[in-house]
Design a protein around this ligand. Structure first.
Ligand code: ADP
Ligand code: ZN
Length: 641
């Protein structure tokens, strides 16, 4: 057993590094972006972000995972999960697996999660060409990165060193070289953190008046919003060494290794004080103790205890500041938050439109853009994108530009890169035939409902060219930075998502409907359920009927489900069903009423394969009235400033 894990540890770490680099270049989409931008109720909701194995296990345990597709003999998987935080949108996430573990399979079975194991396959022609082109780029990128790190002498700028007897993989950078100017669009967080720089630089200023310098700051926010970058910038501004390690790595560790790693880390840090310690994904170790069923927790608890001991152990004002990052402050052990530990919290959210604009400014510094392509227009097309997505977007666009042998990035490259980041790579179009026709009706169904229901986001684009896992896609443009969603909007989204199935149903008949709507109906179910249980939007009234489902651990939620009686849960089911039924009936009616418009639209879509929203509406308006949509147009700061 031990040997097996050793092998895994030896393999997984290097592979993860390469995949991480690859991922940064190739493009990851984060939760947020998945949720906001890709309201494409495609036959399967598309975007792919990345999560750690540890987090994946958490998701499985907490019932968020709906399906798992395992690839490459169990080396990685695409996970579909719902995000209860953001109206239960379906998100698609990639995870690296430590092989096809029988335990994993049995826990998937136990949780009733549908999964599939795909044999390795050769890439289809379209992807093949692109893949071949991208592959050298990725490898070269990776090599440059690695060699830059290993060549530099310890103490030199920009270098990272690995330490540890126990393969302790915390990294140390003597100088991060990152400054606050490199982090954009998160001004509030920056302001909050400026003080930390002063703590590190001039502790006397505080100690002389008897002030206790805080030890820990918790950065809270979704992945890719720049938490790591901020921590590095603090170290960079203060000119102190930067130590970092990631909580998720402990999950696969031998018992005892985590704790000794933490000990090592603090020992090194003390030798190098003043300095900054950064712990990424602290929730992987810092979850509530004593929660959860089954093994694997000993290690986490030992690690957490060690961390707490170390934090308490160093004398105040020892010049070490610990910054931790998490997306799940709610699951953290409260002991972590006590005074003298992580008693400060700073929120780092996905940027709004002006934030996106300033992030784009930072990342376009070394890129050549065509004159008519403004950063403002890019910021407008990317609601929900995080800093990492935006960096990735510009990079993808640059790659596309090089591939097309152009010397400046243009609007079409940006467009294509946005699509790829949100929905994955474009596949080869189907040949004309029954399948393509069915997909076209399905997508036109989504787009039709999206256009005809007033509270639905307007259609941006419909396509029958496969992308990522989806056979066809309908993109909607969400209102920029919308934060509250009304009941009417939720209903509209449910109807929009049902539009595809309704079209199949009416055109091809009930017996001919396909599995293509699987993702749609899943999304519908979770939206409807949340309307009832979470937002109090059903005739059960404005009550929360979630039990304590904020808690994500199997252990605790098992204890708490008794909050909801069988009677209530029956009523909830009834309400959910009635919402969905009502929406579906209305959807069917709309589809039936607009049959001839659909036939025409499908004919055009099959021929052109992609149609943009304006064109779609123009044709549709020949047949019926299209309601005007309320849109919020954000004002941007003067670009000259
Ligand atoms: P997190 O730690 O929150 O997951 P990172 O700090 O690792 O996010 O961000 C990854 C990359 O994305 C950064 O290296 C940077 O290139 C880019 N990025 C993210 N947020 C910002 C931002 N606010 N300003 C500039 N670049 C950003
Ligand atoms: Zn669909």
């Amino acid at each position: 057993m031990d040997k097996k894990w050793k092998v895994i540890a030896l393999w997984v770490l290097p592979i993860t590094i390469v995949i991480l680099i690859t991922w940064q270049i190739l493009g990851s989409a984060t939760n947020n972006q998945v949720n906001q931008t890709a309201s494409s109720s495609a036959s399967r909701t598309a975007p792919v972000g990345k999560i750690s194995y540890g987090r994946f296990l958490d998701y499985v345990e907490s019932g968020r995972v709906t399906s798992v597709d395992i690839y490459e003999g169990g080396r990685n998987a695409i996970v579909e999960s719902v995000d209860p935080e953001i109206d239960n949108r379906v998100q698609r996430l990639r995870v690296d697996l430590p092989g096809l573990a029988p335990e994993l399979i049995s826990s998937l079975k136990e949780e009733g999660i549908s999964f599939d194991i795909h044999p390795p396959k050769t890439a289809p022609a379209g992807i093949g060409i692109l893949g071949n082109l991208l592959f050298p780029l990725i490898l070269i990128g990776g090599l440059i990165l690695l060699s830059r790190r290993s060549n530099s002498m310890p103490g030199g700028p920009g270098q990272a060193m690995q330490f540890g007897k126990t393969k302790a993989r915390f990294a140390m950078e003597a100088q991060t070289g990152v400054k606050f100017d490199d982090v954009a669009g998160v001004n509030e967080a920056k302001q909050d953190l400026e003080e930390v720089v002063t703590f590190l630089k001039q502790p006397e200023r505080f100690t002389s008046v008897g002030a206790q310098i805080p030890r820990g700051v918790l950065l809270v926010g979704p992945p890719g919003t720049g938490k790591t970058l901020l921590a590095k910038a603090i170290a960079g501004e203060a000119g102190v060494p930067f130590f970092s390690l990631s909580g998720s790595e402990f999950v696969e560790m031998f018992v005892g290794v985590g704790a000794s790693r933490v000990r090592d880390l603090f020992k090194r840090a003390k030798e190098n004080s003043p300095c900054l310690i950064f712990i990424d994904e602290i929730d992987a170790v810092g979850r509530q103790r004593g929660a959860g069923i089954g093994g694997g927790n000993d290690e986490r608890e030992q690690t957490l205890n060690q961390l707490l001991t170390e934090m308490d152990g160093f004398e105040g004002n020892s010049g070490i500041i610990i910054i931790a990052a998490t997306n799940r402050p709610d699951v953290l052990d409260s002991a972590l938050m006590r005074p003298g530990r992580f008693d400060r919290q700073v929120t780092v959210d996905a940027p709004d439109i002006s934030g996106r604009l300033s992030i784009l400014k930072v990342h376009s510094r070394n890129k050549k853009l065509e004159k008519d392509l403004t950063l403002e227009s890019i910021a407008r097309r990317t609601p929900g994108f995080t800093g990492a997505d935006l960096a990735n977007l510009l990079n993808e666009a640059a790659i596309l530009t090089a591939r097309r042998r152009k010397n400046k990035i243009g609007l079409s490259e940006i467009d294509d890169a946005v699509d790829r980041i949100i929905a994955g790579m474009e596949g080869t179009p189907l040949v004309d035939g029954r399948s393509k026709r069915l997909i076209a009706y399905h997508e036109v169904g989504h787009a039709l409902i999206g256009s005809l229901v007033k509270d639905h986001d307007p259609v941006q684009k419909v396509t029958v060219i496969p992308r990522g896992q989806a056979q066809g896609l309908t993109w909607f443009s969400p209102d920029d930075d919308q934060t509250l969603i009304s009941r009417a909007q939720l209903k509209a989204r449910i109807m929009g998502a049902l539009g595809g199935r309704a079209a199949e149903d009416i055109i091809f008949g009930r017996e001919e409907v396909t599995t293509g709507a699987g993702g749609d109906v899943q999304m519908v179910a979770s939206m409807a359920r949340q309307m009832v249980t979470r937002f109090g939007m059903s005739s059960l009234g404005p009550v929360s009927l979630e039990g304590d489902s904020q808690e994500v651990f199997v252990g605790r939620s098992l204890m708490n489900t008794s909050d909801i009686s069988e009677e209530i849960s029956k009523q909830i089911d009834e309400q959910v069903r009635s919402i969905v039924k009502k929406c579906y009936d209305e959807t069917l009616e709309l589809v039936a009423k607009n049959r001839s418009a659909m036939d025409k639209l499908v004919e055009i879509l099959i021929e052109k394969e992609t149609m943009d929203g304006d064109e779609f509406c123009k044709i549709l308006s020949n047949y019926t009235d299209i309601p005007e949509k309320d849109r919020f147009i954000p004002v941007l700061p003067d670009p000259e400033k």
